[in-house]
Design a protein around this ligand. Structure first.
Ligand code: SAM
Length: 441
């Protein structure tokens, strides 16, 4: 392949798209607006779009390089300068720009001066040679993996601590696109009905190997109609396994302590044959709104939606009222990176202790809600041990009468015997953790 050639106009369009992308969501809309402002034509659109999205994908790494060169986080720089530096780093470090394009990169100093202040233009002009000559130091395995798979280094270290060399397989799997996964809602659909609908549309799918009502759609297809009719809900296999592991029975009283947008509430209602009671709590108003819609569409009749902090649930509902409690805890969600690729750059190691504290407070609350003999499921879509085995071990140490009920599968044992973990690279689903804890009779 020849060297990358970009004109001034194309560079200006890219920078403007990145700058607007910080203000306008989705970023696709920002790109469209900027490209039309610079009259980007069809013949050049694909090339520029590719560069635009690849900057988004490796944004964290691009910003780390800028921070290394500038000495401060790019987030505190002028937005035009930030966007220009991001484009310059993308081209200089990750691509092979032609001599002429390198010249245009220098010319961006004038563009910046016009957009902001001549100072900013000088500053950029001074910095550019270091960007053009930048050679990364890749002297550790963590750094090699960071450059190859684009994850924060601390996250790579954590995964290597628990998986050793297998961590590379995990990082690879997190970069793969997961197929759209849906769970057929047996409260509304007859077995086979959804499959027939998909066949009728000529859409290829496969049944999940572990949960027969979960289907993975292999062709590009929007299942919106199925969702609107409540015949199916968007759900990953690992999420569906949570309700199955807790297995609430018809007639029981269940609390779903962090319930929105309601995928598991709907599944539990199905498993209970719409008999009994589910109290579905959440703190987030917007997510509760989505849950209300999901439960209405799926025909759930036994759920009472309550907007409340799960930590206050025993005060709201009373103590020892539930046969089962599902605590699908708020977490860092790193297990879902394959579904939300940009999430990796928002993960912050320093935020983990705060979320762990919330998880511990919520698991205490879940325990208070349980009747004697009742069972709770603690689950997260994080792969970090401190949010999973760490919380459960802490809890079991505190409550000597609590019993960890071993989970028999369908995934692998967690790092605490009796718990379970779904792994993206081993099981082809999102990363998930499960622990069932029972109260004595
Ligand atoms: N169980 C849901 C499902 O299957 O659709 C997903 C739940 S999501 C992993 C975690 C939820 O916890 C979020 O909806 C969030 O709003 C909620 N949450 C966060 N803090 C909470 C709190 N203190 N009490 C109750 N819910 C909380």
């Amino acid at each position: 392949m020849g060297k990358l050639k970009l004109s001034d106009r194309q560079l200006h369009a890219l920078i403007t798209a990145l700058k607007l992308g910080e203000e306008i969501k989705p970023s696709q809309a920002a790109k469209r607006k900027a490209f039309s402002q610079y009259s980007i034509k069809d013949w050049e659109n694909a090339k520029l779009t590719g560069i635009f999205y690849s900057i988004q994908r490796r944004l964290g790494l691009v910003d780390e390089i800028i921070e290394e060169l500038v000495g401060i986080s790019p987030l505190v720089l002028d937005p035009w300068l930030r966007a220009t530096l991001r484009v310059a780093v993308e081209l200089a470090v990750f691509r092979d720009p032609s001599e002429k394009t390198r010249g245009h990169l220098r010319g961006l100093a004038q563009f910046l001066s016009r957009k902001t202040h001549p100072y900013v233009g000088y500053y950029y002009y001074d910095l550019l040679p270091r960007i053009l000559e930048y050679i990364p130091v890749i002297d550790t395995e963590e750094k090699r993996l960071k450059w190859e798979y684009l994850f924060p280094e601390w996250f790579i270290s954590r995964m290597r601590e628990i998986l050793g060399d297998e961590a590379e397989e995990l990082l690879k799997a997190l970069n793969d696109t997961l197929p759209t996964s849906i769970r057929v809602n047996l409260l509304k659909a007859k077995p086979g009905e959804v499959e027939n609908y998909l066949r009728g549309k000529g859409v290829r799918f496969e049944r999940s190997p572990r949960v027969k009502n979960v289907l993975r759609i292999k062709d590009p297809f929007n299942p919106e109609w199925l969702f609107n009719k409540g015949l199916a809900v968007a759900q990953e296999e690992a999420s569906a396994v949570a309700s199955i592991v807790l297995s609430p029975l018809p007639g029981e009283t269940v609390v779903d302590l962090a319930a929105a947008p309601g995928g598991k509430t709907a599944h539990m209602a199905e498993l209970m044959g719409n008999k009994g009671r589910i109290y579905a709590l959440d703190v987030d108003g917007a997510r509760i709104k989505r849950m209300r819609e999901v439960l209405r569409r799926t025909g759930v009749e036994i759920a009472e939606i309550i907007k409340a902090d799960g930590r206050k649930a025993p005060e709201v509902l009373g103590r020892e009222i539930a046969d089962r409690v599902l605590l699908d805890a708020p977490c860092t969600s790193d297990g879902t990176i394959a579904k939300n690729p940009e999430l990796r750059w928002r993960l912050r190691e320093k935020n983990i202790p705060k979320v762990v504290t919330l998880q511990k407070e919520l698991i205490e609350s879940a325990w208070s809600l349980l009747k004697p003999g009742g069972r709770m499921l603690y689950s997260t879509c994080s792969m970090l041990p401190e949010e999973n085995e760490g919380v459960v071990e802490w809890f079991l140490k505190k409550h000597k009468d609590a019993r960890l009920v071993p989970i028999e599968g369908p995934y692998d044992e967690g790092f605490l015997p009796g718990t379970m973990r779904a792994w993206p690279h081993r099981h082809g689903t999102i990363g998930f953790f499960y622990a069932v804890i029972q109260k004595p009779d």
